[in-house]
Every structure is written in C-alpha cells, then in structure tokens.
Design a protein around this ligand. Structure first.
Ligand code: C2O
Ligand code: CU
Ligand code: CU
Length: 557
C-alpha cells in the first residue's frame, strides 16, 4: 500500500496519539523495573551483567518484550521504550546481545506497545522473514519468532524496530541496542590488546533527543522535520548527558553507533583543545584489514565505527573529550518556506565560520539540569561535546597497536565493468518526499529485482539541491568502489584515487551519500545464499525519510 502525504500524516498523527500505556504484559514484570530511577549525568553507563544496555549472551529462546519502561532514561529519569529481557533470574532493558559466530539465535519479540512493531537485525545475516520486513509487523499483544544461525563475521551490528511509518518514533523513544558477533579472529585481537567487553571495549550508542519541561522525551516532528530529519536539542551517550568515562592509561576500544534518527556526526577527540588521533579498526561489517589513523570521522545514522583510543600519553587527571567537530551539514534542498523548521533558519549559520574545535570544553554547554522549556534543536554542524574521558588511573600496559587486523581484503574496485544500476536521491517537490530513483515505498511493489548469481554494480547519486542520505541495504553487505563529485569536506578525507574514505574500505551496509556526490558500490546478492526468493529493503537511514517512503523493496531471485 502507498499513502498520500495527507493520509500519511494523519496516520502518523494517529500513531503518536496512541499513548504508549497499558502494556499488556507490564504486570508480569518484576517490580524493580518500575522504580529504577537513575541519577542524571555523571558516569557513562557501561554495559554491565544486566540492566539497561547490559551484556546478554542468549541461551535458548530469548523473549524480548517491547514496552514502555518508566524511569529508565539515565539522562532525565524519563520513561523510554525498551526491549525487556530476562535470563537466569536477571533483567535487561535493551540488552547488548553478544553472540558467537556459528551459534543458533532464537528470540521472540513480544509487542507490549499500543501499536504495531517488528525487530530488524541491522547488518545481521538472516532471511527476509527474519529480518523485520515491515509486512511482518505484529500488533499490540502479539508476538513474532526468530530463529537463525549466526553466519556474520565478528562485528558491531544492532537491532531496532521497523514497522512502516513508525520506525523513527519507536527508535527515537528508545527501542534500539547492539547485536555483537564475535569470532576467533576478533577474539585474537581482543587478547592481543587485553580488551574486555564492557570494561575496556565499550559499545556506545549516540542519540539526540528533545525533552519537555519534565525531562520527558518528545517526538513531535513538524512538516519540515519530516523532510530534514528530526534533530534533538542534546546528544546522549548510552542515554546519558555528556557523561564521563573514567579511564586508565591504556588502549580502549570504542564501538560507536549513530542511533539518531537523522543527525550526522563528525566525531573527533580533543585533548586540551587539540585533536587526539585515533585508529579506525572496524566499520559496519567488522574489522578492516588494517587500522588507519584518523583525526575525525563522519558517522551517519545507522553506521558504526570501531576505534582504538590510546590514552597512554596522558597523565592521571587529564581528560579527553569526544566531540562533534564543526562541519557543513549540507542541507541544500532550500525549501523556501522557512528552512529547517527550527532556528537557525540559515542552515549554514553558526558553523561555517567557527573554528573547528572552538567549543570543545566538555563542561560547557547544556548542563545536567533539565531544560525549562523544549530547547531548540542543536545545530548539526556546530562543535559540541558528547562524552568526557577522564584519565584517573595509571596502568602498566605494554601492548602495541596492531598493524594488521583481519584477513578481509581491502575493497578493490568494481568486479563488474559496465553501466551501474543508478539510483538518484532527490526531493519530489510536489509530494514533499524524498525519492529513490523517483520512487517511494509501496509495500506490494518490487521496483528492484536482482538475480542473486548475476553481478550487480550500483550507484547512488545525490541531487545537488538535496541533503546527505545514509543509504542502507538489508540482507547483504556491499563494497564501496568509488566516490565522485564529493564536496570538499569529503574529498579532502579521501584515502585513494577513487575518492574513498577510510570508512569505505571494509564491508558496508550503510553508506552516506552527500549532495552532488555519486557513490559507486558492489553488492553481493549471492552471499549469503538465502533459501528461496527474498524481499529485502533499500532505504535511507534518516528515519524520518524512511518513514516518509524513502525506501524500496528489493527482490532477490
Ligand atoms: Cu537499521 Cu532498515 O534499518
Ligand atoms: Cu538493516
Ligand atoms: Cu534521506
């Protein structure tokens, strides 16, 4: 089915009006989950043996209940939506699932929301009926079973809802967490660097939020927000406001996920206002063949990077800030009716001229107190702090940064000469919706049909008068072959003659396409060789764009 914009908006309004109350299964949960008010601010919530974002190694059939949990959000103690799970007498919300390659994964989603939902395992190999296609969304009180073997290489994958038209809202209100796969190669690296998951190997999800006067989460996109993407007033790390990670003089591995609906990051580390280089070791599809030393990295919604941060050069008492460094967010669509739906009206105001790292003081800016009124969205391209890393302990640590990481060969360029299948990413100014090749989502249509054994070359072409789109393919990874027509701030980061960035070199499931840029890539529809015909999705991971229809079915024969 397709919706006109009006019908769609009325659907969205209805969906938002459905209060997320009366969770049918709420009564079955231990009382403690209802009272868990966490103090705002302070320490970075680290994945522990249970609780919010706790580490969970599934045994048997795991039940994940999507529900509203009062008091759960570390930043303000607000209610958030979460996947609740229990195992061995312990309780988790949004567990970080930890799986071993080769293991069998079995889970049941129980929908205790007041509207349809379904889980998508982002980046995880599984057939389309397991992968959260929106046609499999289940209504309130219903459930959906998943069972598949873990065939991915080790990597930082994740999971979030995927019901059409409701993905942004449900993800924004809290439903999302990590899905980590481990294998022998990656475990060897962990041993070599003496890294412990949850202690020195830290999954960190970055999400921006708007709050009401009581610290409650607000998801209320305006018409313009639906086109631009809904930007929050603050960026949270594992649900906390500018938290502090207490660290030692050693190497840390950070697994960073952009879990925002729309916000792009240009991440950097600052030490006394100066850039501290870090090693990029992995992206969407796991370890790269070799690390690259970077000073900043773009991270778009849906994308992951893993980095090694070496704190051995710091003295106890010193600190490093994870910040967004200023960049041009390139909203070139110029809607002509007020710009971005919220100040600043000029998309380029406030950051174009700012020195890159001018505002990197992690103590500056929005404090720990709840804002008195809904704050303005935080300018996407502004410099602002996210996380403070405070070195507090000296540790003798004599490991060396590895020079090779995995046996994955670097991307080598298109194996398939000829004209690629090209998808233009542009705004339909009549319908006010973003399109892929001129089309928007129709659950019943299959506009892209591929033969799994035939070679495919694809290209995404971002309209010049558009904005950046993180394009995501379900079910398969792809190699980025080249970037052409990249804007200066992208081109200057190219690591090869094909214009690729360091983050383009491994296996990708989401790739950011800038205005005026063409990104050539090679998806491999033969691997995994799923049984039977498949219907996967290609969509923009700006979740407002996705919900508005910037998504297509991809039939794999
Ligand atoms: Cu992470 Cu179809 O999405
Ligand atoms: Cu996905
Ligand atoms: Cu988009």
């Amino acid at each position: 089915m397709t919706y006109t914009r009006r019908q769609f908006l009325s659907l969205t309004a209805k969906a938002s009006a459905l209060a997320l109350v009366g969770a049918p299964l709420a009564g079955l949960l231990p009382k403690s989950t209802r009272a868990a008010k966490i103090t705002p601010g302070a320490a970075l919530p680290r994945p522990g043996p249970s609780g919010l974002y706790g580490l969970l190694r599934p045994e048997g059939n795991l039940v994940l209940t999507a529900e509203a949990v009062p008091g759960l959000l570390p930043a303000t103690g607000a209610q958030m939506l979460a996947y609740t799970a229990t195992q061995g007498g312990k309780l988790w919300h949004n567990p970080i699932l930890v799986l071993q390659k080769g293991q069998e994964f079995r889970a049941r989603l129980v929908n205790a929301l007041a509207e349809p939902t379904i889980i998508h395992w982002h980046g995880v190999d599984c057939g389309w009926q397991q992968a959260g296609h929106p046609s499999y969304a289940v209504g309130p009180g219903r459930s959906y079973g998943y069972a598949f073997p873990i065939t991915n290489r080790a990597g930082t994958y994740w999971y979030h809802p995927h019901p059409h038209g409701l993905t942004a809202k449900q993800s924004y209100l809290g439903l999302a967490s990590f899905f980590l796969v481990r294998d022998a190669e990656e475990m060897a690296l962990s041993r070599e660097l003496d890294l412990t998951l949850g202690v020195t190997d830290l999954p960190i999800v970055l999400q921006d939020k708007r709050f009401d006067a009581h610290g409650g989460l607000v998801y209320a996109p305006s018409q313009d927000d639906l086109i631009m993407g809904y930007l929050g007033a603050e960026v949270l790390a594992n649900g906390a406001r500018q938290p502090t990670l207490s660290a030692a003089t050693r190497i840390y591995r950070l697994r960073l996920l952009n879990g925002c609906t729309a916000r792009l990051f240009n991440l950097a580390f600052l030490r006394q206002g100066r850039r501290l280089p870090f090693a990029l070791i992995a992206n969407d599809g796991g370890l790269l063949d070799a690390p690259s030393s970077l000073e900043e990295v773009f991270l778009a919604p849906g994308e992951r990077v893993e980095i090694l941060l070496d704190l051995r050069g710091l003295a106890p008492g010193e600190e490093v800030a994870l910040v967004n460094a200023a960049f041009d967010p390139m909203h070139n669509e110029g809607l002509g009716h007020g710009g971005h739906g919220a100040p600043p009206a000029d998309p380029h105001a406030g950051h174009g001229a700012a020195p890159a790292d001018a505002h990197g003081d992690p103590q500056a800016g929005h404090g720990a107190a709840a804002p008195a009124a809904p704050a303005k969205p935080l300018d996407e391209g502004a410099a602002y702090p996210i996380l403070r890393i405070l070195v507090q302990r000296k540790e003798s640590y004599e490991r060396t940064m590895p020079t090779t990481l995995s046996s994955l060969p670097a991307a080598s360029g298109p194996a398939t000469p000829g004209t690629p299948r090209s998808f233009k990413l542009a705004l339909d100014r009549q319908a006010n919706r973003w399109t892929i090749g001129g089309l928007t989502f129709d659950m019943a249509a299959h506009p892209v049909v591929v033969e799994r054994r035939a070679p495919e070359a694809w290209a995404f072409a971002g309209a010049k008068d558009g904005m950046p789109h993180p394009m995501h393919l379900h079910g398969y990874f792809f190699r980025v072959d080249a970037r052409q027509g990249s804007p200066g701030q992208v081109r200057e980061r190219a690591v090869d003659a094909k214009g690729r960035l360091a983050t383009d070199l491994g296996l990708k499931d989401t790739v950011l396409v800038w205005p005026g840029e063409t990104v050539a890539l090679t998806p491999d529809f033969g691997r995994p060789d799923y049984a039977g015909e498949q219907t996967f999705l290609l969509h923009c991971h700006n979740l407002e764009h996705e919900d508005q229809g910037m998504m297509l079915n991809v039939r794999v024969k």
